[in-house]
Design a protein around this ligand. Structure first.
Ligand SMILES: [Zn+2]
Length: 376
């Protein structure tokens, strides 16, 4: 292939190469074989007809930005992992169904744009991208989010709009720098109780999740998008599969509230003693002095200990397995707010002393029993 005139734009310090809208069906061979492109930093290949990236892609090892948006890619080669200097990767508008594990090698990556593809899952190795600031995977087919994403502690913005997510891992609370979270138009029916526990999160958009009836109390005071939520009646099929409590707000209004799937038990209002498992978890969490010991205990236990279900609304103690659900109604936002208390004593105090001005609604004790039966 002839070397086109764009090469003239390649200077000694080789900055960028603009090849958008060229009708390309593949990455030009000269880019990968001609030594003068070895120092190329940015390459724009958007709006072409490229269906495959070459295996020798790693020759462009100086690339910091690779833009192959709006092409015909169905998969990425493992060689993508050789581009270790990449900080920006844009594959928006392709036909990708999965990502290679090698993507976890891109340790300098800060911005990953994968919107408008056909991804059904994200690889667990995404958790290795410790420099990642922005992840955009809107308009895909994602069913779950890997827990490992919570390792990307520098993540500032996360866009999961228009996927098929039914729940989010509660470990997302570990994204301590997250400022914007968006999961509009999914199938979410409950949000992790602690998703809003960090002050850094200021925006949460969960509009158009039609089964989502409640918001966790930790998001109160943040900018929330909740439009067209809770407009689909909860079918018995859904209620049979997930723990829920029925609340009775007035004599006429009975509403089933779905609880986070992590809750194993729901305490009965008449039951003053917590299950032993919950007491044990609390004891361990307060008595373990160092993280070394946490590393030495079984993974399931350490994972739960490092990521409690919620904090008590009243006393701020960690809650691990059991909780007393309390529900506020926010008439302004037409939303129910789901909170958790650690004990019956705390629940009673919460009832007498709400400082957010929202009326508290309690589940009836027989409905709590129902939830207990369902999840056993
Ligand atoms: Zn408490």
């Amino acid at each position: 292939m002839d070397v086109p005139e764009q090469q003239n734009q390649v200077c000694n310090k080789v900055c960028s190469l603009q090849l958008t809208y060229k009708g390309l069906t593949e990455v030009p061979e000269y880019l990968l074989t001609d030594e003068s492109y070895k120092a190329l930093n940015l390459i724009y290949l958007g709006r072409n007809l490229i269906s495959k990236l070459p295996e020798n892609l790693g020759n462009l090892s100086a690339l910091t930005g690779l833009f192959v948006n709006h092409n015909k890619l169905q998969f990425l080669p493992e060689a993508i992992g050789c581009l270790k200097n990449l900080d920006t990767l844009n594959f928006t508008g392709n036909e990708l169904t999965s990502l290679p594990a090698a993507i976890g090698n891109l340790l300098k990556l800060q911005k990953l744009q994968m919107c408008n593809n056909k991804l059904s899952r994200l690889p667990t190795c995404i958790g290795k991208l410790s420099e990642l600031r922005s992840l955009e995977v809107a308009n895909n087919n994602l069913i779950t989010i890997p827990v490992e994403l919570s390792h990307c502690e520098n993540l500032l913005t996360l866009n999961l709009d228009n996927n098929r997510l039914t729940f989010l891992p509660r470990q997302l609370r570990n994204l301590v720098n997250l400022t914007e979270f968006s999961a509009v138009a999914n199938n979410l029916y409950v949000l992790p109780q602690d998703i809003g526990s960090k002050d850094t999160l200021h925006t949460l958009y969960v509009d158009k999740n039609e089964r989502l009836y409640t918001l966790p109390s930790t998001v109160l005071g943040k900018e929330i998008g909740f439009y067209r939520c809770g407009c689909e009646p909860l079918s018995t099929e859904i209620l049979e599969h997930f723990p829920y409590v029925k609340i009775q707000h007035t004599l006429t209004e009975k509403l089933p509230i779905l609880l986070p799937p992590d809750i194993q038990h729901v305490c009965n209002m008449e039951q003053c003693v917590l299950p032993l498992s919950e007491l044990a978890m609390r004891k361990v969490s307060t008595s373990l002095p160092t993280s070394d010991i946490i590393d030495s205990i079984p993974y399931n236990l350490s994972a739960t200990l490092s990521c409690p279900l919620a904090k008590c609304e009243m006393c701020q103690d960690n809650i691990f397995l059991s909780g007393f659900p309390i529900v506020y109604k926010d008439y302004v936002k037409s939303a129910y707010i789901l909170g958790m208390c650690c004990s019956l004593q705390c629940t009673k105090k919460c009832f007498h002393g709400t400082d957010n001005g929202l009326p508290v609604v309690y589940p009836r004790s027989e409905d709590l029993s129902l939830a207990l039966v369902l999840v056993q």
